[in-house]
Ligand binder design. Structure first.
Ligand code: XMP
Length: 328
């Protein structure tokens, strides 16, 4: 392992507001020393890691930071709005919001293979981000929400650790990675201390390709909307019923087939929505949350009434293994 990428042996686990504050104070000093009066660019997804890096950089260098939030059309309901509200309005950051929805969905049209979908989303993201970077003058630094497990996994050859890996070399950025020695739980404690909203700090894991892998097969806009709307109902009901923060990951899937139903006395041919709610420690294995039956029935009722194009709701009871957490 590269020694610059090794967490110091004597580093204390950050698990109190006091330790988080000490970390923040120290990072602000180090960030100012590294960046001087240079300019920094950061891809801000709204996830906890990039949000904490953004908040640290805003404290350290203010408007020398430009955040770019790319809306690829596969985000959950309300996410782009929350990023704009928190970072542009509350934290007064330089935030470039890129509406790339059509661009991504056009590239994905007709693509069925899950790995191909992932590749397109990843490549398109880098292209959009690089284009934005080129529009800005004099950027020297690139902020990244790399955390310690990313470094460990990357060293073990499990995955490439850079969140925005594969940016064109000609952009020639120096990396700024203030949370690279932190574990996820420590990032959350720091985020809370930085004043980020709980919805961001304690957010459930959300995959990079977003709702794209939950709109099974070739993505269509109407079916993607059914995923987004049903997911919003599930999240709202989990929050209301004390399951948010208790259940590790929960979401909905809309497969690419239709089944027969009946609405207002007429035969319908519409999609099923699948609910998934799992508990896990590190995503390598997962068990099923035993959602109270009344709540399942209430969520089913709401989805059938409120989500367009849906006539059936199912609950996925399959643990990992044998099933994976996502459907593709
Ligand atoms: P699976 O489906 O493999 O998921 O059991 C394990 C965890 O990883 C997330 N996941 C992804 N995260 N890009 C990501 O950033 C991906 O392509 C991806 N696929 C799955 C999944 O949500 C779960 O938390």
């Amino acid at each position: 392992m590269n020694m610059n990428n090794r967490r110091p042996d004597d580093m204390q686990r950050i698990n109190t507001p006091q330790l988080a504050q000490a970390f923040i104070d120290e990072q602000i000093k180090e960030l100012r020393a590294q960046i001087g009066n240079g300019k920094v660019l950061l891809a801000l997804s709204g996830g906890v890691d990039s949000s904490v890096v953004a908040a640290l950089l805003i404290r350290a260098v203010g408007k020398q930071l430009t955040c770019v939030h790319v809306n690829h059309g596969l985000l959950r309901k309300g996410e782009p709005e929350q990023v704009i509200d928190v970072f542009r309005h509350q934290m007064n950051a330089n935030l470039v919001y890129v509406d790339a929805v059509d661009r991504f969905l056009n590239k994905l049209a007709g693509v069925k293979d899950p790995e191909e979908k992932r590749k397109i989303i990843g490549k398109e993201f880098i292209d959009v981000f690089a284009e934005e970077a080129k529009k800005l003058d004099g950027i020297k630094f690139l902020g990244q929400g790399t955390i310690y497990p990313d470094i460990l996994e990357s060293d073990a050859g499990v995955k490439a650790h850079h969140n925005v890996g594969g940016l064109p070399a000609e952009l020639n950025f120096e990396l700024v990675e203030p949370v690279k020695f932190l574990y996820k739980d420590e990032v959350r404690v720091v985020g809370k201390q930085l004043g980020l909203p709980d919805g961001m700090v304690y957010r459930q894991p959300f995959p990079g390709p977003g709702l794209g892998v939950r709109c099974v097969g070739a993505i269509t806009r109407d079916r993607l909307e059914a995923v987004r709307e049903s997911d919003a109902i599930l999240r709202e009901e989990f929050a209301k019923n004390g399951l948010e923060g208790k259940v590790w990951q929960y979401f909905t899937i809309v497969p690419d087939f239709k089944t027969t139903g009946i609405k207002d006395g007429k035969r319908t041919f519409e999609w099923p929505v699948v609910l998934r709610a799992v508990n896990s420690v590190d995503a390598t294995a997962a068990t099923i949350e035993q959602i109270p039956y009344e709540l399942l029935a209430h969520i089913t009722d709401r989805i059938l009434k409120e989500v367009k194009g849906v006539n059936r709701v199912l609950y996925d009871l399959s643990p990992k293994p044998v099933a994976t957490i996502e459907w593709e």
